[in-house]
Design a protein around this ligand. Sequence first.
Ligand code: UDP
Length: 240
Amino acid sequence: KISSSRWRRVLLKVSGEALAGDQSQNIDPKIAMAIAREVASVTRLGIEVALVVGGGNIFRGSSRAGCSGLDRSSADYIGMLATVMNAIFLQATMESIGIPTRVQTAFRMSEVAEPYIRRKAIRHLEKGRVVIFAAGIGNPFFTTDTAAALRCAEINAEVVLKATNVDGVYDDDPKRNPHARLLDTLTHQDVISKDLSVMDMTAITLCQENNIPVVVFNLNKPGNIEKAIKGERVGTLIGA
Ligand code: UDP
């Protein structure tokens, strides 16, 4: 039954902001449940799903650094801890509807979650468990988009699916230019040379160097996560 699907193993990146929904802070449980339901239906088809979750709904290091003497590295550690909160919330939501889920953190928090062990993560996926990677790559000055690209390469996933609050990549800022066009496909190099705000440069170049395609799509449209994971046309496809 899996043969009809384009991908067999995917890396789904859920940003913190997407989890917040229209609440300006924190996590909207309805969104967490919607994500869990769609992931459940594809894991039932045998598609392996790993998640990287962001933390921008709670704390973003780059925008908080500098206040009250908070240096960038400390701010980024707080940001990474924020991703762990989101991961635990998502794990609880997924397991409440019967999806076996493991959280792996990039730095040790062994009372709370497993440490990141590449081969163990792959084994979980092979057993049909969803693996949520938390704490980014574990180093300050990076983003969870870079974590998504890196983990995707490490676990041999075929694609980064970037769930966002916009429909995909536009040729101009749709908020300022009403004639901005949604792009169907583009190359990694287009994103880099036109400086399109898809993901940061570290993340997109890592995808380019490792031939990892990226799909940017809107998670607020029901069915989109499922479509993206199954490899159906949705949003913008980069580099494939
Ligand atoms: N972060 C970090 N290293 C990483 C990943 C994340 O230092 O490898 C920190 C950084 O401060 C970032 C915050 O965690 O602002 C939350 O992650 P991100 O901003 O990528 O979340 P998203 O935009 O996806 O919600």
